[in-house]
Design a protein around this ligand. Sequence first.
Ligand code: ADE
Ligand code: ZN
Length: 336
Amino acid sequence: MTDLTDFISGLPKCELHLHIEGTLEPELKFALAARNNVTLPYADADEMRAGYVFHDLPSFLACYYEGMSVLLTEADFYDLAWAYLAKAQAQNVRYAEIFFDPQAHTSRGVSFDTVIRGLRRAVMDAHRLLDVRAQLIMCFMRDLSAGFAMATLLESLPYREWIVGVGLDSDERDNPPVKFAAVFARARAEGYQLTMHCDLDQENSVDHIRQCLDVIGVDRIDHGVNCLESEELQTEIKARGLGLTVCPVSNGYVRGSAWQDAVRQLLDRGLRVTVSSDDPAYMDGYVTENLLAVQATTPLSAAELVQLQRNAFEAAWLPAAVKDVCLAELDAYAGR
Ligand code: ADE
Ligand code: ZN
């Protein structure tokens, strides 16, 4: 078997499933804590990493939300996003769509304006100084009320041009897509693109994916691996050309080896599967490491690795002309 590690390193990449708060590395957490006079319950970064023990989605989310206490000022959000974008450049990510969780901050007294201004400035600087493109996706937290989500959507409208779409994340249990039908209908009316998490092996996973298609009318699905349990869903997702943003390392944390062949299966069935990193600072794997994790269990050919990136650029919420530039760069790399 050819070792494709170098090929993966150089591959022009597109990341579509990345929570910016999930890129907060322990070292930056300590630096921001010092700047903001926040006391952390760990002596140092190593001890903090050792404390990251989770075995399912809720135990991960508890750790993830706790980690945000150091994010207080516009500069903090800038530094967070800039650190990710610099890492992305080092891994030849050419374009990233970045989730942020405003409610996790506004509920702590940090204003929406503070969050978005910091993130937006980093996105602009990354394009100018790093030649990395990015756009922001605002996620609603599904374990909070639909009313709070709607209020957050309305709060976002003055910044509409800085946000390409909306998503739905956090704990899926007892929080189905239909709970947010009115919020997503309004988001659509405001011109936002729509995506939603359909996490692995949730209660009613298949039904939740069905709701995303029939009730919400999503433009993409985050994770969505359980569509492999329904031929009908696969046919519909394929017919609509929807991207599925799969995160292999994260899935391993949440579901062990249960779905480690998901990327292989989705590719074989001709679905528009992509590979992303979800919460890399907590799960020890940016996009390159996620591709290598797939290689370690279900090796892909060079052509299939290129196909994953082609899928991602095609599923991206970019103007056609920009997509064409990205795809041409990918083709040039593939044909070298
Ligand atoms: N928020 C951050 N990461 C998440 C994930 N993997 N699933 C749901 N919500 C999240
Ligand atoms: Zn996610």
